[in-house]
Design a protein around this ligand. Structure first.
Ligand code: ATP
Ligand code: MG
Length: 459
């Protein structure tokens, strides 16, 4: 069990990623296909296989050199001379105000928008001049509102790029199932549905499955979770983090939401107008040392508490609580509560998912059945959720704890308020210490200047 600690966010992200192996990949049989019919189409050059891939990142390095876009009729460049290097397997988040050129910059990477000048290199290959269709086969692309084709089923949407690449039918079918499973949708239930019969969050999951279907090393995501409600967005973000632990793609993710950037990014590029880079660094560095007022403005108030976004549930102590399943006899549960060692029992449904909290008093009203007894579990978190998500869940629940669940919603343990408050205190203490050190070093340099001025040492 990990100790309670405020581990650094991207460090934690990397640590978790190091434990997982890369996704097997081999060059796909790729006959020349047509250009994808819409900007939302994901394409890739590689396909899944049985060969063992490298344990490290399966992503590719992206290097942007002096990338500029001038739209016809606009005197100012939308993106002006941007240079940026993104490492293989890294998630870089581009964050900046509306109209600063984020989408333009992203679309230049897969050449949905042709740069006016500058170069794009992927794994050292200069791809600025190569056939854009071929390029897009290496690059998955997911956008807001999923961009699914409404007249195609979920399976057809996901199969689109592998089909274009000429994969054999059984391989495509297997891949569709695998992708649905990967994004947490039951293939039997969802493969035949049309997008209009999915919730917004489910559509986004299918959008991500489609972008990943042909196993591209690079994934571009333009505000993919911008249109869903905050709770669904949290879950989708957690899923993306989990996926990235498994897949280690190179991801470039655009958002205007700084909290989302902190949560997802190994590094964040804060962009000002024309995509000029105000700061490109780890979330911790940006939170503790914003480069200037523009970046501070973007970070917003409460930087210390925002660091809760950097620590994951997996980094703190997850404890066990007494559990029972719904089919256990009432007497057994009564006995558990009657022994005096516990005040409450977490009731699990037949799939081992947290269902209800039962306290001693609840059983006196149960009248032989658990149907009306106890308090339903409203919110759970996964191990990839941030401590901020966990704190929110704990604070909205009078019990002072939140259940932690696994990939299929199964019970793992709980995180309690005390653990979370310890983390908050550690963060606040660290901040106070840093502020004192900062004041101290400012005072020292002030003293040095005063001394130098007195001694006539200034040049
Ligand atoms: N096709 C186009 N023709 C002319 N100008 C465009 C075109 N697309 C975008 N622009 C302009 O380029 C600038 C950057 O637009 P872009 O869509 O890249 O911004 P963004 O950062 O993605 O904004 P948002 O956060 O609102 O999505 C804006 O001033 C926009 O008006
Ligand atoms: Mg945009």
């Amino acid at each position: 069990m990990p100790e309670t600690s405020a581990a650094s966010g991207s460090g934690a992200k990397r640590q978790a990623a190091e434990g997982s192996s890369g996704t097997p990949r081999q060059p796909g049989a790729s006959p020349e296909g047509d250009a994808p019919p819409t900007a939302a189409t994901a394409t890739a050059a590689t396909g899944p296989s049985g060969t063992t891939g490298p344990p490290e990142a399966t992503g590719a390095t992206i290097r942007l050199e002096g990338l500029t876009k001038r739209y016809a009729g606009s005197p100012a460049a939308a993106v002006d001379d941007v240079s940026l290097e993104i490492k293989a397997g890294e998630t870089v988040v581009l964050v900046g105000p509306s109209g600063c050129g984020k989408s333009t910059l992203l679309k230049m990477v897969n050449r949905l928008i042709e740069p006016t000048s500058g170069r794009i290199r992927i794994d050292d290959e200069d791809v600025t001049g190569i056939d854009a269709v071929k390029l897009r086969r290496k690059i998955g692309y997911a956008i807001q509102s999923s961009g699914l084709f409404p007249h195609m089923t979920v399976a057809q949407n996901i199969a689109q790029v592998p089909k274009m690449l000429g994969w054999p039918k059984p391989k495509i079918k297997a891949r569709v199932e695998e992708m649905l499973d990967l994004v947490g949708l039951d293939p039997a239930e969802f493969r035949g549905r049309y997008p209009r019969r999915l919730s917004g969050g489910q559509q986004q999951r299918v959008g991500v499955a489609r972008a990943l279907a042909a196993d591209p090393p690079v994934l571009l995501m333009d505000e993919p979770f911008g249109a869903v409600d905050p709770i669904t967005r949290d879950h989708l973000q957690d899923e993306l983090i989990r996926l990235q632990h498994e897949l280690r793609k190179t991801i470039v993710f655009v958002t205007h939401d700084f909290d989302e950037a902190i949560k997802l990014g190994d590094r964040i590029a804060v962009l000002r107008e024309q995509s000029h880079i105000a700061q490109f660094d780890t979330p911790e560095a940006i939170l503790t040392n914003p480069a200037d007022d523009f970046v501070s403005g973007f970070v917003g108030a409460g930087a210390a508490l925002k660091r809760l976004n950097l620590t994951r549930v997996r980094d703190v102590e997850i404890v066990g609580v007494p559990t029972a399943t719904v089919d256990e006899p009432l007497e057994t549960i009564s006995e558990m509560l009657g022994t005096g060692t516990t005040n409450e029992v977490l009731l699990l449904d037949p799939k081992q998912r947290p269902y209800k909290w039962l306290r001693r008093g609840d059983l006196t009203h149960a009248k032989g059945s658990l149907a009306r007894a106890g308090t339903l579990v409203h919110d759970t978190v996964t191990r990839d959720a941030t401590l901020r998500d966990a704190l929110e869940a704990v604070l909205t629940d009078s019990g002072g704890r939140v259940a932690v669940t696994g990939r299929r919603g199964e019970y793992i343990g709980v995180v309690d308020l005390e653990t979370l408050m310890n983390c908050v205190h550690e963060l606040l203490d660290a901040d106070r210490l840093e502020a004192i050190e900062h004041r101290h070093s400012l005072g020292e340099s002030q003293a040095r200047r005063t001394y130098a001025a007195q001694e006539g040492l200034t040049s």
